[in-house]
Design a binder for this molecule. Sequence first.
Ligand SMILES: [Zn+2]
Length: 458
Amino acid sequence: MTEPRLKLINPAIEKMSRTEMLSLQERRLIAQVRRAYERIPYYRKRLPKEASTLSSFAQFRDIIPFQSKADLLVAQTDLMTEQVANPGSQVVSMHMTSGTTGLGQEVHPLTKLDVEAMGSTWVYQAHWAGLNLGDSIVHTFPVGMQTGGLSSFSMAARMASRFFQTGIYATEKKIDYLLAYKPNALVISPAYLTRLQAVFEEKNISPKQALPHLKAIFIAGENYTKDWAERSIDFWGANISEWYGLMQGGLNLCFSCEGGILPNGKRGHLHIMEHRVLVEILHPGTNDPVEPGEEGELVATTLFREAFPILRFRTGDRVRLMANTCSCGRHLMSIEAGTVARYDDMMKIRGQNLWPDAVDKIVFFAGDIEEYKALVYVDKEGRETVDLAIEFKSNTGFSDSEKALRVKEISSEINQKVNVRMDIREVPYLTLPRFEFKTRRWTDERRAGRDFIRYQSH
Ligand SMILES: [Zn+2]
């Protein structure tokens, strides 16, 4: 594979050395924290007085406390007086988080500059993925009061895009629009891309012919295996680019570069927009920064937000800090594509730590399984048990005995690699739920009411 041509959109930032970037970040951080202390009652009460004279990164790490979601769920009635910087902030929009953690929905006030910053940051990804001004984009996430959908308008406006918001329509209608408008880009979750592929296959439509202008597919919200990435890129005939974002961080803040999610068969870099956000990646136990190549929790501080900046927000997201510089040569810090997960996705089963993505990797490895669903429960003897229902693809041509053999193979591989024995059974095609926006394959009856697999918009 030839290296894709480098597409710089802001050379001053993209070619900046580490030293220059750290100095820019420090300047912005100091200004942001001092301003937050001076102008926002919420921070005046919460931060130590030294915040008003903050002078370095080191001091920031010493004196600024972490923020959690619970900290941000302050009384909404006092929102405009407590959480908005004054003077200097004219709020034009309110965005909500999705509330999928079950703790409640945060409301974030935004100024015109805050809204524009969301769009202008996202433009880096569009540009790196090969889109040009005026290209058409089909967006499949629903648009409500939550930020993910709302921010897409700001990005599309910046790209002067012919923009189709198809989120509210059923799959059949979405496909009609795709085939009619033949977009240059598609914005979609990995779960839904998988679903669309299955429907295209059923209808015998080849996207390479039916969607000849498709240049890039933008994904976020879930982790995936390298095999999934390879197969999807091949099926759609377009490169896939991932983003990672969260409302508390000022929205989308890490992006694939020109090579996409799987350059040369390896997991790609998601470059952090370090001029707009300070990212710390910390060991959850000790809060020490991780070494390159290690996993830790992403902690975000906005450097470029007017109405309500966020300081040291603990995302609960597990990310891997890349060990090497990306082949694109950008010195921006980066995390690994495809492996972002939530720490609360991890389950402890019979004393073993189990991450759902480890099971995904085994089940979907050979490409013959369409979907699976897992239930964790305590059986009559009081043992923790996992029931795994798997559904084969409709086109495998397997006989019953071949299917039974595959079930056995998957079972023993899970047993070996994950070290948790599971009861695996086959269910008929189209029995299991398909996913439009977030995959929810795991149900843990031991923790009723919890759901799994999500890492965006908290
Ligand atoms: Zn790169």
